[in-house]
Design a protein around this ligand. Structure first.
Ligand SMILES: Nc1ncnc2c1ncn2[C@@H]1O[C@H](COP(=O)(O)OP(=O)(O)OP(=O)(O)O)[C@@H](O)[C@H]1O
Length: 453
């Protein structure tokens, strides 16, 4: 957790004897590189040396302590430890408010307290650096064209909408089958927007029991209901300043829909069991695999909420409608998998590509990703062959059942498939399906009267 390089510390102190004492205390740790200054001005003039920590005597001859502190903090986020001859709680509180890291009085315990405080400050510096680094990494990771792979016309339309979405605070409603990248798109919007330094909070409405959902979203006060032993901050408050992503919004029960509507209309909430009104500054992104307009018609979704949430609608097409994106994504996942696992680069043979292109991917991009990872493991050399690609049986079944038709329509579909396959040879088809010829003719007549969807 500690940085490897020496920690640069400035001692700012006008009493030469105390300077010597502090210098001695800090020299006990070989990681510290200490410089001393006897005036505020001297310290400020040397900030370009970028110290990590400054111990600042509160009463300097040339400038008031608060002023030196304010100028240091304005220069950079340096940890300042105030060292003062008197213990004045009011002053200490003021200085902490101004951004001082700690306040230590000159007494016999100064040595231990100082070393402790410096150690804590070092951890703090290291954490702040790590967080900055991670934030930077995340926003690079979510650059649109780096994170959302594909170049089909269908996806280009999505990119154009995303470019618009990031410029404003408009609510975005994302639709698409499972695994089409709805959450990925929501994150990409957040990390490319002005809110990127603030939290992105995702809530899957389908994953939380409805009786817990209100408290999950809006929080509760201590004692609001049996079991509410402490105050709890809800996801909306957690996302303050940032983005809240409500996944599977179509699964929210009607009761809560009314409460959600109020919160987004007013942009404020009250925790369960509380009275305080909490103002919200959040961006809302919702997603669903359902046709919400249809759910409104069926009475499962409030119409007023539907219009509130619609905002900028972004539809993610199923993978089977994205043409060559299947191959581009397959190669992308192979490359990522090889990199993660220190494997040599993996090629995708022409037959393997063909096999992928002929499959309808009911699980969309998520399914393609796991298929490619398995293929990378199964491959005998650096080339993925058609045989290395296996569509798991669950998917085959779902694929077959995917369109959710009536049994009658399934029968017709199967019949049409076999007739195509056997060049309309009714005798052969009757044999394969183990039904009579006349049954086939009867079905064909029915199909003519009412064509298969
Ligand atoms: N265009 C894409 N480029 C790269 N990776 C993608 C793309 N689309 C989806 N993925 C990856 O596929 C997986 C599934 O995506 P995601 O979880 O965003 O889908 P979803 O639509 O939210 O799924 P669900 O509806 O089941 O929650 C993730 O690992 C995601 O990173």
């Amino acid at each position: 957790m500690y940085e490897q390089e020496p920690v640069k510390i400035f001692i700012v102190e006008d009493d030469p004897a105390y300077t010597k004492f502090l210098q001695y205390v800090l020299s006990l740790n070989p990681d510290f590189e200490v410089s001393t200054f006897s005036t505020g001005k001297d310290c400020l003039d040397n900030l370009y040396q970028k110290p990590s920590i400054i111990t600042l005597d509160y009463t300097l001859p040339d400038m008031p302590g608060e002023k030196v502190l304010a100028e240091i903090k304005a220069f950079d986020n340096i940890q300042v430890i105030i060292i003062s001859a008197q213990e004045k709680i009011g002053t200490a509180v003021e200085l902490l408010k101004l951004g001082a890291y700690d306040y230590i009085t000159k007494d016999e315990d100064t040595k231990n307290r100082l070393l402790n405080t410096i150690n804590n400050a070092r951890q703090n510096i290291s954490l702040v650096k790590q967080i900055d680094h991670l934030k930077q990494e995340i926003s690079e990771k979510y650059e649109f064209d780096k994170s959302i792979v594909g170049s089909s016309g269908a996806l280009k339309k999505v990119f154009a909408l995303l470019e618009k979405a990031v410029k404003t605070n408009i609510t975005v409603s994302i639709t698409g089958e499972t695994g089409t990248g709805k959450e990925l798109v929501a994150k990409a919007i957040h990390y490319n927007s002005k809110r990127k330094k603030k939290p992105f909070v995702a809530v899957n409405i389908a994953a939380i029991p409805s009786e817990l959902m209100e408290s999950e979203l809006f929080g509760h006060e201590k004692g609001a209901f049996t079991g509410a032993n402490t105050r709890r901050i809800g996801k909306f408050e957690e996302a303050e300043g940032g983005t809240i992503f409500l996944d599977e919004i179509g699964e929210m029960d009607l009761n809560l829909q009314a409460k959600l509507l109020r919160v987004i209309q007013e942009r404020e909430l009250t925790r369960i069991g509380g009275n305080d009104i909490i103002k919200l500054d959040i961006r809302l992104i919702v997603a669903t695999h359902r046709d919400l307009a249809e759910e409104v018609k069926k009475g499962n979704f409030r119409e007023d909420l539907y219009y509130r949430l619609l905002g900028l609608p972004v539809h993610l097409p199923p993978l089977r409608d994205r043409g060559n994106d299947i191959v581009i994504l397959a190669k992308h996942f192979l490359q990522a998998f090889a990199k993660e696992n220190d494997l040599p680069a993996l090629r995708l043979s022409a037959e393997a590509q063909e096999k992928l292109l002929s499959y309808p991917f009911p699980g969309n991009v998520r399914e393609l990703k796991s298929i490619m990872e398995l293929a990378a493991v199964m491959a005998n050399d650096n080339e993925i062959k058609a045989d290395d690609i296996s569509f798991n049986s669950v998917s085959k079944e779902t694929n077959f059942l995917f369109e959710e038709m009536t049994l009658r329509d399934y029968t017709f579909k199967i019949l049409r498939y076999y007739l195509d396959k056997y060049d309309n040879n009714v005798l052969q088809v009757a044999d394969k399906l183990d039904i009579g010829k006349s049954t086939i003719y009867r079905y064909l007549k029915e199909m003519e009267d009412e064509p298969v969807k």
